[in-house]
Design a protein around this ligand. Structure first.
Ligand code: HEC
Length: 275
């Protein structure tokens, strides 16, 4: 097969070269031309503090981000994959989270009589969802379902940059762009019309650490928090990687030393037996 291909190529190499060039030209031109009528603005790349090789999440920012989520986004969005206990030591202390959880009632059961009952939430419960089911969520939002935000940073292209741009990108629709009722113009959302009303306002929340709650500050904090939700293990993964790399590096040095200086003398010696 390979031989036949090679023969065919030598015979028709001009035709092959032409085909390859035109495919490459097509590949280069296609995405560009598709982007023109995409009606989508690509999010710029932001310099997030937590993205460095040895950088960790900023816990103060995570705490503020969780506050923004609870006070703003939680009206419409769930974060089902995160349980209160996972936030211990990340955003709040155990006592604070026990108190926060106990304010929410969850359905549990069945009890000994086969009845479902309500009880205050515990640390082992997931964060509460605003709607009982998908249909209720759609009904409350003009037919659009607010998606679960647990893995949202991973679910969208250029995750945190897109989310930050989406939250800060609401503006007037350009002239000539018809907006249907219940849709808002946002150039970062595919198609430009999103069913989510602009969620953030300046001073929409009051931060307990005194940070000015501008729209961009709230967006940065909540996106960092959502990033943590999607990758809670990021910090420990980086720490473990650093430990492994150090140990592997030291092992490599020791191996090199033994190979070069200890073992080589044994390997290169020559033993001569004299009669
Ligand atoms: C009033 C209800 C409401 C609030 C409050 C709200 N959202 Fe939404 N959100 C929606 C709806 C509805 C959609 C679905 C939009 C669509 O499909 O057009 C949505 C979609 C999204 C999406 C997905 C966009 C995509 O690319 O599909 C993200 C991310 C998001 N919201 C983040 C947030 C964050 C973060 C907050 C808090 C700062 C928030 N939302 C507050 C209703 C809300």
């Amino acid at each position: 097969m390979a031989h036949q291909l090679r023969t065919a190529f030598t015979k028709n190499h001009k035709a092959f070269a032409l085909a390859a060039t035109s495919t490459a030209t097509l590949a280069l031109t296609l995405p560009t031309s598709a982007k023109c009528d995409d009606e989508i603005l690509h999010a710029p790349t932001y310099n997030w503090d937590h993205l460095g090789l040895v950088a960790s999440y900023d816990c103060a920012s995570l705490r503020r981000g969780f506050q923004v989520y609870r006070q703003v986004c939680a009206t419409c969005h769930s974060i089902q994959r995160i349980h209160y206990r996972e936030l211990v030591g990340v955003t709040h202390t155990t006592e604070e989270l026990v108190a926060m959880a106990s304010e929410v009632d969850v359905v549990d059961g069945p009890n000994d009589e086969g009845e479902m009952f309500e009880r205050p939430a515990k640390l082992s419960d997931p964060l509460p969802s605003p709607y009982a089911n998908e249909e209720q969520g759609r009904l409350a939002n003009g037919g659009a379902l607010p998606p679960d935000l647990s893995l949202m940073v991973k679910a969208r292209h250029s995750g945190q940059d897109y989310l930050f741009s989406l939250l800060t990108g609401y503006c007037e629709a350009p002239a000539g762009k018809e907006m249907m009722p219940g849709l808002y113009y946002n150039p970062y959302f595919p198609g430009g019309a999103i069913a989510m009303p602009p969620p953030l306002n300046d001073d929409g929340v009051e931060y307990e650490d005194g940070t000015p709650a501008t729209i961009s500050q709230q967006a940065k904090d909540v996106v960092q928090f959502l990033n943590w939700c999607a990758e809670p293990e990021a910090d420990s993964r980086k720490r473990d990687a650093l430990t492994y790399m150090t140990v592997i590096g030291m092992t490599a040095l020791a191996t090199g030393y033994y190979k070069r200086f200890r073992w080589s003398t044994l390997k290169t010696r020559s033993i001569t037996y004299v009669k």
